[in-house]
Design a protein around this ligand. Structure first.
Ligand SMILES: Nc1ncnc2c1ncn2[C@@H]1O[C@H](COP(=O)(O)OP(=O)(O)OP(=O)(O)O)[C@@H](O)[C@H]1O
Length: 417
């Protein structure tokens, strides 16, 4: 969709900003351009909408040489979002968003209706924000209007130059998530400039790591982090690349542990004194866990909540059903979600495992334990044989006596009151 063929840009003062660059961005693909300041990212981007003309080489959009396309016509098909959004200060949010359709001759009512839809899409209620002026918005809200405005003419191509660079990290992360969700629906062809490595990793279908005017590596983020092509890239992505890999490695079936499962409305299992079990509700969604009988029967440890102590009968079964003893556990992640989300859920809920659920319907599929997570990460980094993980335990603290499943690492954390 966007194709660079041996493109060089030398500015009048002799600076070579881009040097013999050739690469292609596929239709519906999001490529992030990342690299240190002054390496030529913005120059690359501006050659697509002819804000900068190449010194040599060609840039093609949808097979057409941009040099042979009228710039005004060209830019109609290319949304452009920059860091300082450049909203018109004397126009309302709705008018700002409707600017391009209006310029294209659309009637006011229609353009405004479309603008309202777009504001909704980027998470701004048009009734609350449509009539405000840009200086009555926060930085994050202004960026959202910038994105809405760039989408107003429904361009197939989006150029985004540090669009979330001016907002604080928390807002930035939210804008990134929203933009990813939006992109999953719209499938625009996007060039996205950033010098934030996390952002490049998180958003890019592929990321282009720039050296000086050239691309050192253009690959999916997982590949860049897993096998940096050059020492320069290795240095750029840094020693903590393993941590960054967490964001781009999905939770897969093969990572899961499958401890015994009981239903919330079941009677207590007959052999309720061995393994701890996962508890699911009537719809098969995770509810929590059932502690080993001895644990539920014994005095409640400090900080424990949920099950009331009960004595097991001589036969090993206790009165009552699973519901009576089950403990709530909220940590969960969808299959296909990232290891980072899984890890973050474990930390947030102070849990020793996280339930993995089907993205459609939230049915329980298995659990991910710290050991499994570590193994998955090691495997994704192509490090060692990778399958020595999760051995030596079912991850839910399967009884005592084997010296490793005593609940210190992999057992479900006690739900705090
Ligand atoms: N109009 C210009 N005239 C002369 N040199 C320029 C011009 N614009 C950019 N440059 C130079 O070209 C090189 C690449 O600049 P460019 O803006 O493309 O880098 P960048 O990677 O986007 O940097 P940043 O992350 O700081 O925005 C830099 O050395 C810059 O100083």
């Amino acid at each position: 969709m966007i194709r660079f063929e041996h493109v060089t840009k030398r500015y009048a003062d002799g600076t070579t900003a881009v040097d013999d660059l050739s690469f292609e961005v596929g239709r519906g693909e999001l490529v992030t351009l990342v690299g240190p300041s002054g390496c030529g990212k913005t120059t690359t981007m501006k050659m697509v909408n002819r804000l900068v003309e190449p010194s040599s080489g060609r840039v093609l959009v949808d097979g057409r040489d941009v040099a042979a396309t009228d710039p005004v016509e060209l830019r109609r098909g290319i949304g452009y979002v920059i860091q300082q959004v450049g909203l018109f200060p004397h126009r309302t949010v709705l008018e700002n968003t409707a600017t391009v359709p209006r310029l294209l001759g659309e009637r006011r009512a229609r353009a405004h209706a479309r603008a309202a839809e777009l504001l909704e899409l980027v998470g701004l209620d048009p009734r609350a924000f449509g009539d405000r002026y840009p200086d009555q918005l926060s930085g994050g809200q202004r960026q959202r209007v910038g994105v809405a405005r760039a989408l107003a003419a429904d361009p197939p191509v989006l150029l985004m130059d540090e669009p979330f660079g001016a907002v604080d990290p928390v807002v930035r992360e939210r804008l990134q998530s929203e933009f990813l969700a939006l992109q999953a629906r719209m499938r625009k062809t996007v060039l996205f400039v950033t010098h934030d490595l996390e952002e490049a990793v998180r958003l890019g279908d592929r990321m282009a790591v720039y050296g000086h005017g050239t691309i050192e590596q253009l690959d999916p983020p997982a590949a860049v982090l897993g096998s940096p092509a050059t020492p320069y890239v290795a240095e750029f992505v840094g020693a903590d690349r393993a941590l960054r890999r967490l964001s781009v490695t999905p939770v897969e079936e093969s990572h899961l542990d499958r401890p015994p499962v009981v239903r919330l409305d079941d009677p207590l299992p007959r052999a309720w004194d061995g393994a701890r079990s996962v508890v699911v509700d009537a719809e098969g969604r995770p509810y929590g866990w059932l502690p080993a009988a001895a644990e539920a029967a014994g005095p409640a440890a400090p900080g424990t909540a949920g099950a009331s102590p009960a004595r097991t009968s001589a036969a090993g079964a206790a009165p009552g059903g699973v519901r009576e003893y089950a403990r709530r556990m909220e940590a969960r992640v969808e299959l296909g979600g990232s290891l980072r989300e899984a890890f973050s859920a474990m930390l947030r809920y102070d849990a020793g495992w996280v339930a993995v659920v089907d993205p459609d319907g939230g049915r329980y599929l298995g659990v991910l334990t710290p050991e499994r997570l570590h193994g998955a990460l090691r495997r994704s980094l192509g490090d060692g044989d990778g399958d020595g993980v999760g051995d030596g335990g079912d991850g839910l603290g399967n009884g005592n006596g084997n010296g490793e499943g005593d609940g210190t690492e992999a057992a479900p954390a006690v739900t705090r009151p």
